[in-house]
Design a protein around this ligand. Structure first.
Ligand code: PA5
Length: 506
């Protein structure tokens, strides 16, 4: 016997959940008991009166209650600076209650049909047309999903992401993983003109057409884009691709609960009905005008009070990879919405313990410009016992002797830093997520969307536009010589010619 066996470890519960989902098992999200067991909790034990300069007091948050309730009312009535290109961009607010079960069934039947024909699925998109899908898929599936057997994946194909960067090595490496496989894809872009998405799609489309012919390739391609406009809409109509819609009144980073997110999640066999139910529940919770019972408002208030006190960085630290991906999603949602007119907090997604051995030093003793938000996963899918060891050279036998397993240690990975960082002058709050499921992710996403929308009102700017992102897109167009951008390219060259080019050769 020379290979390793997982003696005494039992079955991997994440894999069991995947298999159950593959057998059509759905979570009992309608039951009261399920909802009770899956309530999020926002803990402010270490938020107020941290020692040192720039602490937040409870009264600082209370002073924001009136403006926040006013902002909430305006948001709900569709008032204020909430338009993009003339369109009101708050459709995500009522989206949870607007999604029809029949629409979810349609998505499922389309993805199941495609799934039967393919081995690997590629989701192509960037920003809001990418991150919500990746975060949710990674949060709810096995860490090494693509390396599992199809049965262990619950019948889902392998899942890949392209178009979110322009790294040719990453791109080529991913193509290697697709070689000799039956590949399907979904290209997602609201505008239909985003360079990275368009390039990735063009390559995949051609490879598919070269391999299968145009007609067969068309059966493997899904398009998610604007209902009426844009290059992708035209292409989908011309080629007869099955298409899904990016709603007019919902921007990319708010769109995970729309076809943008739902199609990719259904491909990975995620329980999209439970996902919607989580959004719906949090929509109800966040409708409350009782400030202290509305976590999105409290979250917005703490962040704003912290910003007023000079906190410019929000470390969003998770004790589970599942929630680290959610932190990455927050890294997009908040800065792209808040980073206007010199406002906003830099969001730094961190996985603890890993980052405690790096940025942890900075959080404890560096510049006191940090707010910390912990995402604490209370119950993991699996339980990992720590074994006793005869020699006890590492002195850790006390752990198994007192019934402490890895799960309990991993909770302390948040509780320990929360206490220590508070004493070091870093106010922090903890969002406790009871367990890894689609319902809870839906709840977290809605809470954060509402929080950042309110934050926009507090800052006095529109959180639903992203002119800064557009600026980079335009500069890229000019640099890569896109027709129509000649003037911009000439201006850029002129500006560059006046600048001192500093380059140090080593
Ligand atoms: O939130 C946003 O609006 C952005 O992150 C967009 O989603 C991103 O820029 C991609 O845009 P598009 O869907 O038009 O390709």
């Amino acid at each position: 016997m020379d290979e390793m066996h997982l003696t005494g470890m039992g079955a991997n519960e994440t894999v069991e959940k995947q298999k159950n989902r593959g057998r059509g098992e759905r979570s009992p999200h309608d039951s009261k008991a399920f909802r009770e067991a899956n309530r999020l909790a926002l803990d402010l034990t270490y938020t107020f009166e941290a020692p040192g300069e720039g602490s937040i007091a409870r009264k600082d948050v209370e002073a924001l209650i009136d403006p926040i309730l006013k902002a909430k009312g305006m948001l709900e009535r569709g008032e204020g600076d909430i338009r993009d290109g003339g369109l009101v961009m708050t459709g995500w607010q009522e989206k949870p209650e607007r999604i029809e079960p029949a629409h979810l069934r349609d998505i499922r039947s389309a993805t199941e049909a495609l799934s039967r024909e393919i081995d690997a699925f590629v989701s192509i998109g960037i920003g809001g047309s990418y991150l919500g899908i990746e975060s949710t898929v990674r949060a709810l599936t096995h860490t090494h999903f693509n390396q599992l057997s199809r049965e262990e994946r619950g019948g889902a194909p392998e899942i890949y992401f392209l178009g979110q960067n322009m790294d040719p090595d990453y791109f080529r490496d991913t193509l290697d993983m697709l070689r000799h496989k039956r590949v399907g894809l979904n290209v997602i872009s609201k505008s239909g003109t985003t360079t990275e998405t368009a390039i990735a799609f063009r390559i995949l489309q051609q490879l598919l057409e070269d391999s299968l012919g145009e007609e067969q390739a068309a059966r493997r391609i899904l398009v998610t884009t604007d209902r009426n406009r844009g290059a992708l809409r035209e292409l989908a109509d011309r080629k007869g691709y099955r298409s899904f819609v990016v709603p007019d009144d919902i921007g990319g980073r708010f769109s995970v609960l729309s076809d943008v997110g739902l199609v990719g999640l259904a491909m990975a066999n995620i329980d999209i009905e439970a996902f919607v139910a989580g959004f719906r529940n949090m929509q109800e919770v966040c409708a409350s005008d009782d400030f202290w019972k509305n976590p999105s408002l409290v979250h917005a208030a703490v962040r704003h009070a912290a910003w007023n006190k000079g906190k410019k960085v929000e470390v969003v630290a998770a004790n589970a990879l599942a929630l680290f991906y959610v932190a990455r999603w927050m890294e997009q949602l908040f800065p792209e919405s808040e980073g206007h007119k010199g406002h906003g907090m830099w969001v730094s997604p961190s996985l603890y313990s890993e980052k405690l051995h790096a940025n942890g030093q900075m959080v404890q003793q560096g510049e006191r410009n940090i707010l910390e938000t912990f995402l604490l996963l209370a119950e993991h899918d699996n339980r990992v016992e720590i074994p006793r060891e005869e020699t006890n050279l590492d002195g850790l036998n006390f752990l198994p002797d007192s019934g402490v397993d890895m799960n309990l240690v991993n909770r302390k990975v948040v509780e320990g830093p929360a206490y220590a960082h508070y004493l070091g002058g870093v106010p922090n709050m903890t969002l406790e997520v009871p367990r890894r499921n689609a319902y809870n992710l839906g709840q977290v996403y809605y809470m954060m969307e509402k929080s950042v929308a309110v934050s926009g009102y507090l800052f006095g700017h529109n959180p639903f536009v992203q002119p800064g992102v557009e600026a980079y897109k335009q500069a890229m167009f000019a640099l890569i010589g896109k027709p129509g951008f000649e003037d911009k390219a000439a201006k850029m060259e002129e500006n560059l010619s006046k600048m001192e080019r500093i380059r140090i050769h080593a």
